[in-house]
Ligand binder design. Structure first.
Ligand code: ZN
Ligand code: ZN
Length: 278
């Protein structure tokens, strides 16, 4: 049976997710986690809902735009016309650089942060957090890709290869697996590892606003946003304002459209109303 690139990407994700979820049971970096299945099911439900909704909404438009760009020959990589292997490496590097900029913008601009904070609000980061993204973030990212991909001249096959590489790497760096430090140190010279991405999920804003890279760790080193913990204190994951009931599936969907302050005042208003009657 021959697998197409389109089938390879979800297959790589499913295998990576299963293997790392199993490893988290045997060798957890942060222990004492209860309700792991419930937590993973919620994150998976959100990720699947977001990606299916956005694919149905704009997936076809994105594919048509990429094919249109291919047929008309527009885009940086087509203009400079490189040998296929070199073009593939260049496409992966260029798109990963774009992913760095997009991720950084999600932290910089409050409108984008509204959606991206759904990913950051997870108080128990593990492999399932890798796919915990709000549909709004997926939608905005896909809309920007409509311009970025033709501009860079990235083909459908180059994009599929990038995504097939990206998925296992993001599953790996979100995983709650205790990998040996010498291994992490060696891999992080090139690839984003759990030691790097855990800092990004810290509750301390100084740490949250660092380590934006997706596949290659050198973008952060080049841009001066690379940060590692000097001490061995475990990272406290999540966002202070979004604990407790915010972690319900319905509240994760609503999180971008409200603030924790508003929510408190809505709840306070509601309890005031009740106390009038009771
Ligand atoms: Zn982030
Ligand atoms: Zn993350």
């Amino acid at each position: 049976m021959k697998l197409s690139l389109e089938q390879l990407s979800p297959l790589a994700a499913a295998i990576g997710l299963t293997v790392l979820f199993g490893m988290e049971s045997i060798l957890p970096a942060a222990g004492g986690r209860r309700h792991r299945w419930q937590h993973a099911a919620r994150n998976l439900a959100l990720g699947c809902f977001s990606s299916i909704a956005v694919k149905m909404l704009v997936g076809g438009v994105l594919t048509s735009v990429i094919f249109w760009a291919e047929s008309t020959g527009v885009g940086l990589l087509r203009i400079i016309s490189l040998p296929p292997a070199v073009a593939m490496v260049a496409a992966i590097l260029l798109f990963d650089a774009w992913m760095y900029l997009w991720h950084r913008a999600n932290h910089q601009f409050s409108f984008l942060w509204r959606f991206h904070r759904v990913h950051h609000s997870d108080p128990e980061m593990d492999v399932s957090t890798a796919i915990r993204f709000h549909a709004g973030e997926f939608l905005l990212s896909t809309l920007l890709r409509l311009a970025v991909i033709p501009l860079l001249g990235i083909s459908v096959s180059q994009l599929l290869v990038y995504e097939t590489l990206l998925l296992p790497v993001i599953l790996f760096h979100h995983s709650n697996v205790r990998f040996p430090e010498p291994m992490d140190r060696c891999v992080r010279l090139l690839i984003v590892t759990p030691a790097i991405h855990r800092v990004h999920h810290s509750r301390l804003r100084l740490e949250t606003d660092s380590n934006y890279s997706s596949i290659f760790s050198f973008w952060d080193r080049i841009a001066g946003t690379f940060r590692l913990r000097q001490n061995t204190t475990p990272v406290n994951f999540g966002l202070d304002e979004y604990d407790g009931t915010w972690q319900r599936f319905s509240n994760l969907l609503l999180m971008p459209f409200t603030t924790s302050q508003n929510r408190t005042s809505i709840l306070k208003g509601f309890s005031k109303l009740i106390s009038r009657w009771v």
